[in-house]
Design a protein around this ligand. Structure first.
Ligand SMILES: Cc1cc2nc3c(=O)[nH]c(=O)nc-3n(C[C@H](O)[C@H](O)[C@H](O)COP(=O)(O)OP(=O)(O)OC[C@H]3O[C@@H](n4cnc5c(N)ncnc54)[C@H](O)[C@@H]3O)c2cc1C
Length: 219
């Protein structure tokens, strides 16, 4: 990528949520997106970028991403050290992981996330205040229930597999097995591929049609 074509966005704020997870808020400039899309973001040298789902609402005057530092990763340890006033390189928002705009007012949604896979759902919920949704969020420890107070209490279930401080002690797939699902629900899955495969099987067994299951795989 030639240097002239890099799109620099100034960092406005970084919120560190845990030792490894943080939110970067940067200038929106002229970027437009729909909730569920992702952007490629990288440190200012522009050599490496990675995909990040947009966390903020479509009408917010900035863009936020929720990042988890990966040990020995190429990009995340560098992003974690950036400060307000530094720049990030940001490419155009892309992706098809989103709500059906024509049907969203009459649809019931189930959002299933592992870890930072919560990010696109935060954007969908904040962009659509009247959405009929429930989030099932799977994490290891309840501290990873990122900004959980942002969601109405009865619409967000934190499943923590390694401690008992979430709403459900155990993996999200165990929780999913135990609950009743309305067969009309549109289900969105986001996060690591093992969770997505396991959840997909459970949903199929519970009679959710393939066309109603949407997935975004992070790694
Ligand atoms: C469409 C899309 C959206 C994404 N959105 C987000 C997001 O909103 N937030 C976010 O934190 N990440 C997101 N990712 C993952 C992100 O793009 C990077 O893979 C991640 O940040 C690691 O980058 P890195 O350069 O530090 O590690 P790398 O040097 O690229 O990779 C190191 C290794 O870590 C694995 N890995 C990647 N992510 C994780 C993880 N969370 N936990 C454990 N291992 C991992 C990779 O598969 C690789 O094997 C998304 C990926 C995709 C494809």
């Amino acid at each position: 990528m030639s240097r002239q074509r890099l799109n620099y966005h100034e960092i406005l704020e970084i919120r560190h949520l845990t030792d490894t997870a943080f939110i970067i808020r940067f200038e929106k400039n002229d970027l437009e997106f729909s909730a569920g899309q992702h952007v490629c973001v990288g440190p200012p040298n522009g050599i490496h970028t990675r995909e990040y789902s947009i966390y903020s609402a479509v009408d917010a005057p900035f863009i936020e991403i929720l990042v988890k530092e990966v040990e020995n990763g190429l990009v995340t340890p560098v992003l974690k050290k950036l400060k307000a006033g530094d720049n990030v390189v940001v490419e155009e928002p892309v992706g098809y992981f989103g709500l059906n705009e024509k049907k969203k007012d009459e649809t019931k949604y189930l959002f299933i996330a592992s870890g930072t896979g919560l990010s696109p759902f935060h954007s969908m919920v904040k962009s659509n205040p009247d959405l009929d949704y429930k989030i099932i969020h799977g994490v290891r420890s309840a501290a990873e229930g990122y900004e959980r107070s942002e969601y109405e209490k009865e619409k967000y279930v934190l499943c923590s597999s390694r401690d008992k401080s979430g709403d459900y002690a155990g993996r999200l797939t165990n929780y999913l097995q135990e609950i009743e699902l309305d067969k009309e629900t549109e289900v969105y899955l986001c996060g690591n591929c093992n969770m997505i495969h396991d959840a997909y099987d459970i949903l199929e067994n519970k009679g959710i049609a393939n066309e109603q299951i949407h997935a975004e795989v992070y790694f």
